[in-house]
Design a protein around this ligand. Structure first.
Ligand code: SF4
Ligand code: SF4
Length: 163
């Protein structure tokens, strides 16, 4: 596809790499058939072809909105789309560049960044995760139903299951 990247990125390494990837895409849409988020949500912008367009527009200088970020956030980075692309488009690398640019041009709120940091730390730390699970079990009776269903209970056998 034709591209005209904006000044802020055109002459950078990321810009040159993204440009080459974008130009390899012929917009055929074969990739959408193997994208789990497109199959689930049925929205072009939640599939690889739509996201490629969003990234292209962003790198060409269009405004970066919360919607742009949401569609990129929803991508699982599973790269299933790459397996069905006849042009060898490196979507995974392109979405990495796109996310980096979104973070720079439309930073998340402090609360959103703190929440993401907390989730990342909790899942990477065995101790913190065990503490959160224990607290969740203690508070389970007063948790909202949606959260309650996520907290497992411990059985005498040592196994765990949701109530
Ligand atoms: S299959 Fe490849 S060339 Fe076709 S739209 Fe998807 S990424 Fe572009
Ligand atoms: S990486 Fe996975 S979720 Fe993201 S666009 Fe490709 S197939 Fe869809």
């Amino acid at each position: 596809m034709q591209t005209a990247l904006a000044d802020f990125i055109r002459e950078t390494n990321e810009g040159r790499e993204a440009n080459a990837i974008l130009r390899a895409c012929v917009h055929c849409g074969f990739c959408t058939a193997t994208c789990p988020t497109y199959l689930l949500l049925g929205d072009e912008q939640d599939g690889p072809r739509g996201r490629i367009y969003l990234i292209k527009e962003m790198l060409e200088g269009s405004e970066v909105s919360a919607a742009t970020r949401l569609h990129l956030d929803r991508c699982l980075t599973c790269r299933s789309c790459e397996t069905t692309c006849p042009s060898g488009v490196q979507y995974g690398r392109l979405v990495d560049i796109g996310r980096h640019v979104v973070d720079q041009r439309a930073p998340r709120s402090v609360a959103a960044r703190a929440g993401r940091w907390l989730v990342r730390e909790a899942f990477l730390s065995r101790g913190l995760f065990a503490f959160a699970l224990g607290a969740g079990r203690l508070l389970r009776p007063v948790l909202p139903a949606k959260l309650r269903s996520l907290v497992t209970i411990k059985l005498k056998s040592g196994t765990e299951r949701p109530l």
